[in-house]
Structure formats: structure tokens, C-alpha cells
Design a protein around this ligand. Structure first.
Ligand code: HSE
Length: 431
């Protein structure tokens, strides 16, 4: 049945957790993958930085000469799973120059140099596919790029980092402190030894840039994403949200503003338990898309790990192989709309403000007056605590970031305010 089928040779850059799963599945599912793509798929070379043996990969395929993969005239498709900016950028550009299609899982690279790489792929008439770069196994890129190509997306909200979702889930469900759960996540191998990119929100920010670019047909880079991580979220914040029937999640948000600009940001959000994203627990990811015709859609699944990420890469591999076999290319970058990024100060949200105040007459009136002085309308106020100090939790109606920042400065300077403990944005109908 293979007679007459074209052979498509693959070179892989990197053979870590994801790369070794890609190699394993390419070998074990070779027949099905070939049947589905209309060509014989052959793994020809695997480039690694140190020449150690890789379990399950034939030693004769392994080379430390990464450059030899992107220049090999027999290789048709390069799969890049090295991560990081360099040498991945240079190698991908070289591969494209040599007319190879490229599949990458590298969100940091695409969120920084995507425009350059997509332009190069366009000029060379080759594919540059990246399903695995956002939310692992979840088929969100192809859904946005192809299935929703006829609709107008208005907002995308995603839980796109499993480590932070795991930490926030454990804090919410088990009442444990951030630092303790982070330690546990590291011991279990979820969180990296250096978890900065996850807990600081930078991993999610790269994914937010890619989602915003796709949703709004514009080039958005990671530098344009406002980013706050979860390091300042305390168990008191989690419990206060819980008592309001809500949960705290780290969200990547990309939305179209009333001025037709893109607001793109990553920060913790208080969500009502009734919101579909509120039920996404542990290390799972989900992306919630709102569009004019389709309405609300939610995509849920595993956002990391060797086999789930390999599944996304192999899906791209089948698509790209079909294109190679039939001498065509798929969708490229669509940046025709070229929308501006909305300044963060103009972005409007509801806010949760938790503060310690003196417990005496007139305090509530003064606090309310301070919010009013910045034209911020209060939706609810809750007071707890007995004695000298009371804790107030104020939820505002939608207000701009700049008004809220000015209000917090004024509150902090007030004698009756001992401390503004936290300010967290609120999404959805919170009462
Ligand atoms: N470290 C990420 C996470 C996976 O925890 O979801 C890779 O982007």
C-alpha cells in the first residue's frame, strides 16, 4: 500500500520530554500517520545539544550538528522543540531559506520574532505551524486560524499555564499557602526548578501574544502584553474570593476594545464559580473564545507534558506533510488588520479591593468618598473583623486602570487605612 507514495523526511531539533515523545509516536504510529498524510513519513535526523543516547531513538539518527539538519537537502520538514530564542531562531530561518516547512512548539520565539519568521515562511512558500505552542494538546490554534476564520472574535480568555492553575486550585480547595503548594508542585515535577516564567505570568504572556495575534489578525509581541503573575496572591485573597462564591484564576486575556484596539494582558482574575473557566482544575488548561456569530466556545485539555504536546505536533506534521505531498501550503500569518494595542491605563474592569481600616464611625463614608472622587462606583462592600481594625472588601463597577491606580494611591495615604492588602480584577457577574 506504500507503493508510489512520496517520502517526506523529517529532521527534529531537540529530543527532550516532547521531542522523545514525537520520535516514539512517529515510529509506533508510522503507518497510520502515513495513511493520513498521503506520504511516507521518515524521521531522518534528530539534533541534540549534547551527544547522549536517547531512549527509543535509534542512535544512528542522533547528531549534535544542528545546522546539518536545516541544510540537509533530503529533509522536507523540520520540527523544532529546542525552546528558547537562539539558536532556534537562526536555525528556523535557515530551514525556511532551504525551503523546509517548520513545526515549532516555541511560544517565546514566536511571541518575540513571529513576524520575521512568518514573513520568511511566506516568502519561501513553506508552512510554519505551531499548534503545540499554546495550551499543549488543545487544538486552539487551528480552531482560531481555520475553523473561526469566517467569524469575528471579540474576546479570548485562557487558563494557559498549568503550574499556576495547579497552585491556585490547591490554595482554593485545600486552604494552603502559595509557597507550600509551589514547593509541592516542584517536587511533583510540575513546576520548573526555576518557576519564574510560570508564576510571574511570562509563559502565559507569550501565549497571550499568540492568541491576540490570531484573534485580531495583527502582530502582537510579548512586550506588548501587560503581565502580572500570582506571587502576590495570598490565602486571604483566595478565601475572600471563596466567600463571595468566586475563585481566583490566572488568565490570559485578549479583547477588542470599544476603540477597536487590542487589550492584551495576563493577571489574576476573580471569577464567579458559575463561569466555565472556574471549573478548570489542577494543571489543566482551557481557552474560552467569544465571537460574534458562534457565541461562546470553550476548549479544554492538557496544556503541557510530553505526549499531549507531541499530539499537537503530530497533528501539524500530518497537515504539513499533506501540503508537501500535494505541493501546496496552508494558512500563513494573518496580520492585515494591524490594530493598535490599547494602553493599559484605559482598560476597564471591575476590581476587588481588600483593605484594613480603622473600625470607627465615618470610615466607610470616607472610603466610599475616595472611590467616588475618582468616579469609581462601588458595587458591594463587605466588612469583617472585630476590634481596632476591620477588613473591607470592596467590589467596584467597571473602572479604568488609571482611575483605580489613582484611587489606590489616595486610599494608601489615608490615616484610617492601615493597609491596602490587595487589588484583583474581577470578570463575570460577581455579587
Ligand atoms: N510551564 C508551562 C505550564 C507549560 O506550566 O503550563 C509550558 O508552556
Amino acid at each position: 500500500m506504500d507503493a508510489g507514495l512520496k517520502t517526506i523526511s523529517i529532521g527534529m531539533l531537540g529530543a527532550g520530554v516532547v521531542g522523545s515523545q514525537v520520535a516514539r509516536l512517529l515510529q509506533s504510529d508510522r503507518q497510520e500517520l502515513s495513511d493520513r498524510s498521503g506520504a511516507l513519513l521518515v524521521l531522518k535526523k534528530v539534533g541534540v545539544r549534547t551527544n547522549t543516547a536517547r531512549e527509543g531513538i535509534d542512535a544512528s539518527l542522533i547528531t549534535t550538528d544542528l545546522h546539518s539538519i536545516v541544510t540537509d537537502p533530503e529533509i522536507n520538514i523540520v520540527v523544532e522543540v529546542l525552546g528558547g530564542i537562539e539558536p532556534a531562531r537562526t536555525l528556523i530561518l535557515e530551514a525556511i531559506k532551504n525551503k523546509k516547512s517548520v513545526i515549532t512548539a516555541n511560544k517565546a520565539l514566536l511571541a518575540t520574532h513571529g513576524h520575521e519568521l512568518f514573513n520568511a515562511a511566506d516568502a519561501a512558500k513553506v508552512d510554519l505551524y505551531y499548534e503545540a505552542a499554546v495550551a499543549g494538546a488543545i487544538p486552539i490554534i487551528r480552531s482560531m486560524r481555520e475553523s473561526l476564520a469566517g467569524d469575528q472574535i471579540t474576546r479570548v480568555m485562557g487558563i494557559v499555564n498549568g503550574t499556576t492553575n495547579y497552585i491556585l486550585t490547591k490554595m482554593h480547595e485545600e486552604g494552603r499557602e502559595f509557597a507550600e503548594v509551589l514547593r509541592e508542585a516542584q517536587e511533583l515535577g510540575f513546576a520548573e526548578a526555576d518557576p519564574t516564567a510560570d508564576i510571574g505570568g511570562h509563559d502565559a504572556a507569550a501565549k497571550a501574544a499568540l492568541l491576540a495575534s490570531l484573534a485580531f489578525h495583527s502582530t502582537v509581541t510579548i512586550d506588548e502584553v501587560y503581565c502580572e503573575g500570582i506571587t502576590s496572591i495570598s490565602i486571604d485573597d483566595v478565601n475572600a474570593a471563596k466567600s463571595m462564591g468566586c475563585i481566583i484564576k490566572l488568565l490570559a486575556i485578549a479583547e477588542l476594545t470599544v476603540k477597536d484596539e487590542i487589550s492584551v494582558r495576563v493577571h489574576p482574575v476573580i471569577l464567579p464559580n458559575s463561569h466555565p473557566l472556574a471549573s478548570v482544575r489542577n494543571a489543566f488548561n482551557a481557552v474560552y473564545v467569544e465571537s460574534e456569530a458562534a457565541g461562546e466556545l470553550m476548549f479544554y485539555g492538557r496544556g503541557a507534558g510530553g505526549a499531549p504536546t507531541a499530539s499537537a505536533i503530530l497533528g501539524d506534521l500530518v497537515a504539513v506533510t499533506r501540503h508537501r505531498a500535494y505541493s501546496t501550503v496552508g494558512y500563513g500569518e494573518s496580520d492585515y488588520a494591524d490594530l493598535d494595542i490599547a494602553p493599559m491605563g484605559e482598560v476597564k474592569s471591575q476590581f476587588f479591593v481588600r483593605l484594613q481600616v480603622a473600625d470607627k464611625s465615618g470610615v466607610l463614608a470616607s472610603i466610599a468618598q475616595t472611590f467616588a472622587s475618582e468616579d469609581i462606583s462601588i458595587q458591594t462592600v463587605r466588612q469583617s473583623g472585630l476590634g481596632k481594625d476591620a477588613e473591607l472588601v470592596v467590589v467596584t463597577h467597571a473602572a479604568s486602570e488609571s482611575s483605580l491606580t489613582a484611587c489606590i494611591e489616595k486610599l494608601t495615604a489615608m490615616e484610617i487605612v492601615s493597609k491596602v492588602e490587595s487589588v484583583i480584577r474581577v470578570e463575570g457577574a460577581v455579587s
